[in-house]
Design a protein around this ligand. Structure first.
Ligand code: SF4
Ligand code: SF4
Length: 301
């Protein structure tokens, strides 16, 4: 008797809005698990993802590819991942997914058509989650986040934001694994719809340079020893697990390589976290560190 359990397959549609392809490049570089594992094997025991539409890796193009979206909208019950912001100016013509019956189909039209029938949706990357670079001022394309599009069109499909510029591949595939293991209803999110597993702590809390911050020892130029706060680090206001997860197969990360955190997982990015290399934020220092607080303010430019 064959006791092997059948594998359940979940269809996934990956749409790209106004974006630079950094987010998708990040996912395709996933190391643990590898993208090969994700595409070909079970992501959790008994469940496999099937990317039925993915602009970067599918072999189909033209009508063959666009027909998949039309069929999916009829059949429903897929996971919808959206990377990139959604241009709404000029009826969304600034970003198209393809053509249907000789007419350009915009990402706005595709999201409005596909989101209501999805089991759940994921806004992947800072542009999809909060507008990001695509929605930065002066935002001539009137690009909006997926959440804004959902709200203004009364789309009730559950939405999880996975911001980052780009986001870490673990944040996407780990979140999907967590949902498949524990259920969407048990996924803990913060008030910005980010999974707490990955965005639950400030970078500043886990930063290996934190002891220097507490001592008031600040780097004055790149390459110096010390905390990077004076060089524009946004770690004190940025939530993500970059310091412990690391990037590129656990090789390194922004602050590890001597660059300040740019605050890329925050909704204020890029317009309101400020210029990358300027200290523009006042940092709340824990009450036991009041002495250091005045020291930090004295160091202002
Ligand atoms: S300010 Fe930046 S470099 Fe300094 S301790 Fe905080 S996160 Fe680390
Ligand atoms: S360290 Fe900061 S800028 Fe770098 S990836 Fe993490 S959140 Fe983004």
């Amino acid at each position: 008797m064959n006791s092997k359990k059948e594998t359940k397959t979940i269809p996934v549609i990956y749409l790209q809005g106004a974006a630079c392809s950094g987010c998708v490049t990040s996912t395709l570089c996933s190391t643990y698990p590898s993208i090969r594992n994700i595409l070909l094997q079970e992501i959790v025991p008994g469940v496999k993802l099937e990317f039925i539409f993915h602009p970067n890796i599918m072999t189909a193009s033209g009508n063959l590819a666009m027909d998949v979206l039309e069929k999916a909208a009829r059949d429903k019950n897929y996971v919808l991942i959206i990377d990139g912001a959604i241009p709404t100016g000029e009826n969304g013509i600034f970003c198209t997914t393809g053509e249907k019956n000789g007419k350009k189909s915009t990402i706005l039209e595709e999201v409005l058509s596909l989101a209501p029938g999805a089991i759940m949706s994921i806004a992947f990357g800072s542009c999809a989650s909060y507008g990001g670079i695509a929605g930065a001022l002066p935002n001539v394309t009137d690009s909006l986040s997926v959440d804004d599009i959902f709200l203004s069109n009364q789309i009730k499909t559950p939405l999880v934001n996975i911001p980052g510029c780009p986001p870490h591949p673990d944040w996407l595939f780990g979140t999907i694994g967590e949902i498949l293991t524990n259920g969407l209803e048990n996924l803990k999110l913060d008030e910005l719809k980010r999974p707490l597993t990955y965005y639950g702590k400030l970078i500043h809390e886990n930063c290996p340079r934190r002891a220097w911050f507490d001592e008031g020892k600040f780097a004055r130029k790149f390459g110096d020893e010390g905390c990077l706060y004076e060089l524009g680090c946004k770690g004190p206001v940025t939530y993500s697990d970059c310091p412990v997860r690391l990037w590129n197969g656990k090789t390194n990360w922004c602050i590890g390589s001597g660059a300040p955190c740019g605050g890329c997982t925050q909704p204020e990015y890029p317009d309101y976290v400020g210029d990358f290399y300027y200290k523009i934020i006042d940092v709340e220092v824990p009450s036991s560190q009041r002495k250091e607080k005045s020291k930090i303010h004295d160091l202002g430019r």
